[in-house]
Design a protein around this ligand. Sequence first.
Ligand code: C2E
Ligand code: MG
Ligand code: MG
Ligand code: MG
Length: 289
Amino acid sequence: HVKDHNKNGYAIYNEQMNKKALRRVVLETNLREAIANEDFFLEYQPIIELSTGSIVGMEVLVRWDHASLGTISPGEFIPLAEETGLIIPLGEWILREACLQTKRWQLQGLQSLRVSINVSVRQLQQQGRFVDSVKRILDEVELETKWIDFEITETALMKNEEEMIGVLNEIKSLGINISIDDFGTGYSSMYHLKSFSVDTLKIDCSFIGEMHTNPKSKAIVTSIIKLAQALNLKTIAEGVEVGDQLRLLSSEKANAIQGYYFSPPVSSKEFENYLLEGYMFQLNQKERV
Ligand code: C2E
Ligand code: MG
Ligand code: MG
Ligand code: MG
C-alpha cells in the first residue's frame, strides 16, 4: 500500500508540475502578444496624507486582461516578464500610460498628485537606456519630474550596487522621487539608507497588518517611522485595512497611508470620481487619538 500511495503521490505531483509548467509556457507566449496588443490596464490606489486626510498621490498597479484566462495578477506575470526581459517594453508602456493619465488629471484642473510607479531591477539594469527612455517619455508627456515617484525594492538595490547607485543618482538628478518599497523585508536595510539617496520608505504590509495585534510588529513600525524622521525621509504605510492600524499610525506620525481601509486599487474612472467628489478621508475624533 505504501508503494501505491507513493506512486499516486508522484503522479499527482507530476501532474501539478506539468500544469504549472504548461501555464507558464502559455502565459509566456501570450505575454509577448499581450505587449504588442497592449492588453493591459492600470489601476490606481490612493495614497492619503495623514495630517490633512487628502489624497496626495496614487500607486499605479498593472493588470493583464487576458481574453480567455481573465484578469491575471502582476504577482504572476511580472516575475515572468522580468525573466524574459519583456518587462522592458511593458515597463515603458506602464510609465507612459501612468504619466499620460497623471497629466490628464492635471489638465482637468484636479488636485496635483504624485504618481508612484513600480520599477523592476531589470529596467534599472539597462544602464543609460533606462534613464534615456524615462527622459524621452517625460518630454513627450510634458509632466514635471517632481510629480513622479519610482518604487524600488531593497532586493533590487542589492543586485549590482555600484551600478544601482549610478542609475539612482541619475534618476534623482532629474528630480524624480525614490521610494524603497516593502521596506523591512529585504537585506541590510540600513546599508541602503546610507548609500542611496532615497526620499520615502514604504513600510511593508506584513508589519502593518499585525501592528494592532502583535507588539513586535508595532515596535518595528514605530522604529521605522523614527528612523525615517531622523534621516529626514517620509513614510507611507502599506496595506492599512482596519481603523486600529490607522489610529496607531496616526499617533506614531506616519506621513501617509495606503490600503483597503480607504480604497483598493481602482480604475482610472473610479479614481477620477474620488477626485471630482473632493473625496477626503475624515479622520474623526476617535481616529486622531
Ligand atoms: P507592491 O508594489 O508592494 O504593491 C502593493 C500590493 O498590495 C498591490 O498588489 C496592492 O493591490 C496590494 N494592496 C494594497 N492595499 C492592500 C491592503 O490593504 N491589503 C492587502 N493585503 N494588500 C493590499 P498587486 O496589485 O497584486 O501587486 C503586487 C506586486 O506586483 C506589487 O507589489 C509590485 O511588486 C508588482 N507590480 C504591480 N504593478 C507593477 C508594475 O506596474 N510594474 C512592476 N515592475 N511591478 C508591479
Ligand atoms: Mg509598490
Ligand atoms: Mg509594497
Ligand atoms: Mg511587493
